[in-house]
Design a binder for this molecule. Structure first.
Ligand code: C2O
Ligand code: CU
Ligand code: CU
Length: 491
């Protein structure tokens, strides 16, 4: 009886609170994520020492957290509109902080490098899920330690669901695959090897062993019917040119921030280019493949030369390096016995949003030289707010990333902005070369590859006030300073 009265009192008092306060007061889902060293059987033989996230549901839907079977963190399944509270426990031997990549959350819940907590400390995040249904990463973000922490295994996936999306009739359940792609260097003792050699830092750390969902030689049993395939590049620096080994086209239905609109997708592409922490979703009908067919998701070989250049010098002066990729098998698709159940390519709802006219344009020049990364000529510091790009709440703005006018190494930079989803409105310079046919500039994006010599313009409208950051998502570049604050203030 007393409990019932108390409950009514709480309900009545919650109704009068503004939504932000209410979110903090009464979450629908409450989770705990702990980062800690561990050992996992990734390969045959010796276990691999890793750092990993484990988690538990404190309150709410039990299916909101599904543990992985390797070193990757549990997959979070959140529903649009849900109020979420997450407690982060740092049991690492160094400072860390979790960031929800692509999620539009209040400044206090974003997990900025300046918010990193010490070993044994806890931090609580409160936010409401406002993003569309889609595939989003979470990962650590302490300054100068992000690259090594992710490399040791700290990363995971957030899948946002939306009852409105369920109506489209996309494949679900066992026909909804999430493919998290990473590369590692592995030694004879099955340890992940992180190199700090100059070349590895300039290109970003790459490895020759491909892991999918934390597993080598990955394979998926595939029924002969349509599947939704979520591709997520969780590698420190490698760019992939993803294709089907039998040469059939890919059918793109979504990007970083959810599904494409009906007038921009599905899109047929010969291959799909994915930079670090970008995502693409496919709809693929496997009913036409024969049981036992030899089919794999591969990354095709491609060339991309990087070298010293800029300000008209062109590449070729001084150090030259290969930023391209070799042919790699990502995962086998094991077509199962059984009746073929063909499907029809889904119609995606809605039309491309009309972008409000932006009265302001900000420009960021990208540069990497002498093992340091620069945005507008400055390197990141937790407390450097000087000249931070100043945006206005709800005011549309065009942000240009200029990767052609500074001196330095000519490198591709996947540029990521916190706190927003943006639209790519212009790409100039054709630095993608042979990759161009697979670069998806449609849909909502939070990370965009800016190839050498290019200027890419994006359109955005920030809806959260306060301090955020933007940075190159090659984690080594980010750690070497290629990151900056920006602020969002009331008009
Ligand atoms: Cu994927 Cu600043 O983050
Ligand atoms: Cu982010
Ligand atoms: Cu970069």
């Amino acid at each position: 009886m007393r409990a019932a009265i108390l409950f009514v009192v709480i309900l009545v008092s919650l109704a009068g609170l503004p939504s932000r306060v209410r979110a903090a007061a009464e979450p629908d889902v409450e989770l705990e994520l702990t980062a800690a060293p561990d050992e996992v059987a990734v390969f045959k033989g010796k276990k691999t020492p890793v750092w990993r996230y484990t988690g538990k549901v404190v309150k709410g839907r039990k299916e909101s957290l599904i543990p992985g079977d390797s070193y990757l963190g549990p997959t979070m399944h959140l529903i649009r509109g849900e109020r979420v509270r997450i407690h982060f426990v740092n049991n690492l031997p160094e400072a860390s902080i979790i960031h929800w990549h692509g999620l539009i959350v209040p400044h206090a819940a974003d997990g900025l490098p300046s918010m990193a907590i010490k070993p044994k400390e806890r931090k609580t995040y409160d936010f409401t899920v406002v993003n569309p249904a889609g595939t989003y990463p979470y990962h650590p973000h302490p300054h100068m330690r992000t690259a090594t922490q992710v490399y040791r295994g700290l990363a995971g996936v957030i899948i946002i669901h939306d009852p409105a999306e369920d109506k489209i009739g996309l494949p679900n359940g066992k026909q909804d695959l999430c493919v998290v792609i990473q590369d590692r260097r592995v030694d004879a003792d099955n340890k992940f090897v992180y190199s700090e050699a100059m070349m590895d830092m300039v290109s970003g750390m790459r490895g020759d062993t491909i892991l999918v969902n934390g597993r080598p030689d990955a394979s998926f049993p595939i029924e002969r019917r349509p599947h939704r395939v979520r591709l997520f590049n969780a590698s420190n620096s490698r760019i992939y040119k993803l294709a089907w080994s039998d040469g059939s086209p890919m059918h793109v239905i979504g990007t970083d921030g959810g599904l494409l609109a009906g007038d921009e997708g599905p899109q047929k592409r010969p291959f799909v280019v994915l930079g670090p922490f970008e995502r693409v979703e496919l709809w693929e009908d496997f009913s036409t493949r024969k049981p036992g067919a030899d089919l794999s998701l591969i990354s095709e070989k491609f060339a991309m030369n990087a070298g010293m250049g800029g300000r008209g010098r062109g590449p070729g002066m001084g150090m030259m390096m290969n930023m391209g990729g070799e042919k790699l098998r990502i995962a086998r698709m094991e077509i199962q016995e059984g009746e073929a159940k063909p499907g029809v390519l889904p119609k995606l709802p809605g039309t491309k949003p009309k972008l409000a006219e932006a009265k302001r344009e900000v420009t960021t020049t990208l540069a990497f030289r002498m093992m340091r990364g620069f945005l507008n000529g400055r390197e990141y510091k937790d407390d450097d707010l000087l000249d931070a790009e100043k945006l206005k709440l709800n005011e549309p703005v065009i942000w240009a990333f200029d990767n052609g006018s500074e001196m330095g190494m000519q490198l591709p930079h996947p540029m990521h902005i916190h706190g927003v989803q943006f639209r790519v409105i212009e790409r100039k310079g054709n630095g993608a070369g042979e990759l161009a046919k697979g670069v998806i500039d449609d849909g909502w994006k939070d990370t965009v590859l800016v190839f050498p010599g290019e200027t890419v313009k994006v359109h955005l409208r920030p809806t959260e006030r306060g301090l955020f950051i933007y940075h190159c998502h090659i984690l080594e570049h980010e750690d070497m300073g290629m990151m900056r604050h920006f602020s969002v203030a009331d008009k």
